[in-house]
Design a protein around this ligand. Structure first.
Ligand code: SF4
Length: 328
């Protein structure tokens, strides 16, 4: 009896990756999904999609391999800090290594020719395929008929005639297919990766300019608050709501001075930097008071929690201090 082919499929949880798996499942092929996490993207959508597709999902944390590419991408960035070609190549390489090790026959991805100007044009798809070392085994079911036949098609594991020839940025065909397949609740195509977010990318760029090897905690901090660059080694982060205040308190280390106003609604602020950053405490307290529910020109005690010490810093509220240092 002929063995049932097995594929490992990259699953972001977006519609294209879901449809790619559906098309492959339709041909009786057994699919295992693979999803990745880093501080810049997670696997929540992939987990929802895997449940809907009824496929096993492997989630891999690739921060260690991925972050060097974010800092120094061989193929450059997209519009923001997104190194999509390097990132895709890494994901394909990991999928390819898994294919080899675990006996899968080929790799499936939801890429669509021409859907994204930088990372999904014909040249980029070829670069990714060549660079990862598994070019012949990467099947892109949504655009396969427009691409060179891959090994699983040549070997007859997949019927090329039942694959598609979608190209371009319009998602009309995919939306119609989702309806046919009964796929519901898929996320918006733009969401998912913080590296494509302008505000986040600005903060990341600033961090990398000042810190060669930032810790994951510093990347997590980029996701919350207003960030003020006070000097090349000193940064102040000010929470914008209660959820961010709470997260800031969780991520703060005891060596970071924390500031807030007692019994007055307002932010928690954290001053990051070396010991010498303490020279910025007064300014940090002024900014913290200026973002709190305080009255202009009145004096308030700002609480400073610094290592094991706790003391109050009296400051006069001056809203202009908010704009003395521009937010990143
Ligand atoms: S959008 Fe983000 S996750 Fe997707 S390929 Fe680009 S860098 Fe990687």
């Amino acid at each position: 009896m002929q063995k049932r082919p097995k594929a490992v499929a990259l699953l972001s949880g977006g519609l294209d990756s879901i449809l790619a798996i559906k098309l492959i499942q339709q041909q009786g092929i057994e699919v295992t999904a693979l999803s990745f996490v880093t501080p810049f993207f997670g696997s929540k959508h992939a987990q929802n999609a895997a449940r809907q597709l009824k496929v096993p999902l492997i989630v891999k944390d690739i921060t260690k391999e991925h972050f060097p590419l974010v800092k120094n991408p061989k193929f450059g960035y997209g519009k923001t800090m997104n190194p999509c070609i390097d990132c895709h190549s890494l994901m394909m390489k990991i999928a390819g290594d898994m294919m080899k090790k675990s006996g899968f026959d080929f790799i499936v991805t939801g890429e669509v020719l021409g859907e994204r100007p930088m990372s999904q044009n014909r040249k980029s798809l070829e670069v990714v395929a060549q660079h990862c070392g598994y070019a012949k085994y990467i099947l892109r079911p949504l655009s396969a008929k427009l691409l060179t036949p891959t090994e699983p098609e040549i070997q007859g594991l997949v019927d090329r005639n039942r694959l598609l020839d979608i190209q371009g940025r319009s998602r009309k065909i995919q939306i119609a297919l989702a309806k046919d397949f009964g796929v519901v609740g898929y996320p918006n195509p733009a969401g998912g990766c913080l590296l494509t977010d302008e505000g986040f990318s600005r903060k990341l760029k600033d961090l990398l300019r000042h810190r060669k090897n930032p810790h994951v905690r510093e990347l997590e901090l980029l996701k919350i608050g207003r960030h003020f660059r006070l000097n090349k080694n000193v940064k102040l982060i000010v929470g914008r709501n209660e959820k961010e205040n709470k997260r800031l308190r969780q991520l703060r280390l005891s060596k970071d001075a924390m500031l807030f106003l007692e019994n007055i609604p307002g932010p928690t602020a954290v001053l990051l930097g070396p010991k010498s950053a303490r020279t910025y405490l007064k300014l940090a307290a002024e900014i913290c008071a200026a973002y709190s529910d305080t009255k202009e020109d009145e004096q308030y005690p700002v609480v400073v929690q610094d290592e094991n010490k706790r003391y109050c810093f009296p400051v006069k509220v001056n809203r202009k201090s908010r704009s003395l240092y521009p937010t990143i």
